[in-house]
Structure formats: C-alpha cells, structure tokens
Write a protein that binds this ligand. Structure first.
Ligand code: ATP
Length: 363
C-alpha cells in the first residue's frame, strides 16, 4: 500500500486544460473518491496515476517514488474499468489470473490464487465460463477479482458500477465497502454519483472544471459544503438555494426575500467584514431539513405547490415561488400529504447554509 501525491499537476490537451494546477495528497489506506460532473477531469486525474496520461507539468508520486514519467507496468497499480475490459476469448479463471501470468507465475499458483479471490467475490463456481456466459454483475466482479489478484500499491477504479442496473449497483457498492473494510486498500475511485462517493470514500475530492473545489471526509462535505457548486452536487435531492438580500446589524445577518421569513442569524466577524454591511447572499437549506410549517415558525418559505411525490417511506413536496425558484422538502412519512395551492415550509436556523455572491461559503 502507498500514498498518492499530486504536486502542481496540470494536464493540457492542445489548448484545453483538463486538469489545472492540482495539489492533492491521498493517504496510505485511504479510499478517495474523485467526484464531479462529466468532463471535470476525474478520469484524466486517475489516468495520470495509472501512467496512461503524462502530466503537462507538475509531479505525481506513489509513496516515495516519483512516477511522473514511469511506465504503467512499473507502477504496481491495478485498475478496474467502467466496461470491465475482460478478455472475451479467455474463461473467467484465465481472465482473473492474467496479471499473474504477465508477472511469470506458474499455472498451478495462478489458478489457486484466482480461485481464492473468486471465492471471496462469490464467483468461484463460474470460473470455467466465458465472459459472454455471465451477467453484468458477475462480469463486474470478475473485473474486480482480476484487479485484486495481485497485491498492488494502489487500486484505481473508473466508474466500475455505472453499467449495472440500480439493484446490482447497490449490492456491488455494499460489497466494495465491505472489501475496503477488510483490506484497507489505498484506492482512488472516479464517479459522478454522489451517493456512491458518500458510501465508499474516506475522503471525497469534488472536482469542477479541472480543479478540486473541496477535499474532505464525506460528512464534512455534506454538512459544510465549501461552495454552492458542492452544495448542489452532494445530496439527493440537492440543497435548495435562494438568492437573498442580506443586512448586518447587531452581529447578526438579516435575510430578506419575497415569501421568506427568516430569524436573524449570528455570523462570524469575518463574515460580517466580508459582507461590509449589506449585500447579496445565497441561502441554502437541504430538503431533509424542511417540513410543512406550523404557523408562527421562525423560518418559513412559501410558494405554490408544484409537486407532491410519495415514495413509500418519504414524500417529496416541492413548491414554486414567484421568481420560479423551487424548494423541495423531503419529509419522512409513509402517509401521503394532502396539500394544495399555497404551501409553506419551515426550517431551523441551525440548518441554514449561507454563501457569498461568488458562491463561497461564509466563514
Ligand atoms: P466523464 O465523467 O465524462 O468521464 P471526466 O470528469 O472523467 O468526465 P475527463 O475524461 O477527465 O473527464 O476529461 C476532462 C476533459 O478533458 C473533457 O473535456 C474531455 O473532453 C477532455 N479530454 C479528455 N481526454 C482527452 C484527449 N485525449 N484529447 C482531448 N481532450 C480530452
């Protein structure tokens, strides 16, 4: 096992900067998720660890080794791809054992080790089959087994679950979490699925346009998103965001917007200084922190009922305001809620997030 470190790494394709001046240290035994929308540079970052791309500038280290220009096969890494990339003409046993064959292990040893890993991954009974004769979930586990058959310093995953249907995906996610607990491997895992990152990562690097915008443990990212981009990306449904006018008085910020009543919120001196008396802010509240308001609550927002979706254990109630901003409440009840016309949602002050006009969280 080993740590991975990026020092000032930039990767350009022609004039286009895919990864921009990246500094990132992923600890030994950590499971790091690179999370972000399509095109933000996640895969390029992963491929630079693998040696499938070379940085335009900067350095990549695995443990103490500077691997910036090292050939992929000398890096002692394993990679699991989105499309599994199994060899169609080999049965599962040979597919799984392939990394050992490349390293010159004899056949008996190769097959014994392949069986061992396949048993752990619950595909031991399928070893004689060809890839075309097994399900997508089994192919995914075969590809995982091939990555785990040889002890590597770092395991790299490029959206390995994205070709699975929703049910298998959940099962495979739980399995990966279990594996990580067992093996304590150093892993870097690319995904655009925030739930996957929350469930698997010890730390998440949220990326946007070639940069890491926040790098923190999952709960920290959920509780204190650094920007509106992160707030919007992590959480399902995403955080509700509303532009508001803000005035500082008596060490508290007073928020104003049509259809909003909000109790003054104490703010730090740094935030008060940044606001310089008054200005525009963005108010954020997560759907799970909103409920249908009782009259006279301290914090309330109103609008017309837009949607009322009962999902079984929870109901999503969405209102639409005059300014077309929608607010969704995630209410944990298996009763359907009888609502119509004007709806008012309430929230507690402790669940308010505030961001400045650049979308950066107030200090
Ligand atoms: P996705 O989730 O869609 O895979 P990503 O976050 O992994 O996205 P990358 O694959 O790292 O994104 O790509 C980052 C940007 O760099 C994209 O705009 C992509 O089009 C561009 N890019 C990637 N590889 C190349 C290449 N070989 N040549 C030119 N541009 C590239």
């Amino acid at each position: 096992m080993a740590s991975v470190r990026f020092d000032g790494v930039t990767k350009k394709f022609g004039d286009f900067t895919a990864v921009s001046d990246l500094d990132l240290e992923m600890g030994d035994g950590e499971f790091t998720c690179l999370l972000g929308p399509s095109g933000c540079g996640k895969t390029t970052t992963l491929r630079m660890i693998a040696g499938l791309e070379t940085p335009t500038s900067g350095r990549v280290h695995i443990g103490e080794r500077d691997v910036t220009f090292m050939h992929p096969k000398d890096r002692n890494i394993s990679m699991v791809f989105q499309d599994y990339a199994l060899y169609p003409h080999m049965n599962l046993a040979d597919n799984i054992a392939y990394p050992l064959k490349v390293r010159g292990e004899n056949e008996a040893k190769r097959h014994a080790r392949a069986r061992e890993v396949a048993d752990v991954l619950k595909i031991g009974q399928l070893l004689e089959r060809m890839p075309s004769q097994i399900s997508g979930g089994q192919q995914q586990r075969t590809s995982l087994a091939r990555a785990l058959v040889y002890p590597s310093d770092v395991y790299l995953f490029d959206e390995p679950l994205s070709n699975l249907d929703a049910k298998l995906r959940l099962e495979a996610r739980g399995f990966l979490n279990h594996l990580q607990r067992d093996l304590g491997m150093t892993a870097v895992y690319v995904t655009h699925d925030q739930a996957e990152a929350m469930a698997l990562a010890t730390r998440i690097a949220v990326m946007d346009a070639g940069k890491v915008v926040q790098y923190a443990p999952p709960l920290e990212i959920y509780r204190r998103p650094a920007t509106t981009f992160v707030a919007n990306f992590v959480g399902n449904p995403p955080m509700n965001l509303l532009p508001v006018d803000a005035t500082i008085a008596d060490g508290a910020v007073h928020l104003k917007a049509e259809g909003l009543s909000a109790a003054p919120l104490p703010v730090s001196r740094a935030a008060a200084r940044a606001l310089q008396g008054n200005g525009k802010l963005t108010l954020g509240v997560r759907p799970e922190h909103l409920a249908v308001a009782e009259s006279g609550e301290r914090n309330m927002i109103s609008g017309q009922l837009f949607a009322n979706e009962n999902m079984g254990p929870e109901t999503l109630v969405t209102l639409e305001r005059e300014d077309a901003v929608r607010f969704t409440a995630r209410i944990f009840t298996d009763d359907s809620l009888a609502l119509d016309g004007k709806v008012t949602l309430g929230f507690a002050s402790e669940h308010v997030h505030l961001f400045d006009s650049n979308g950066t969280r107030l200090p």
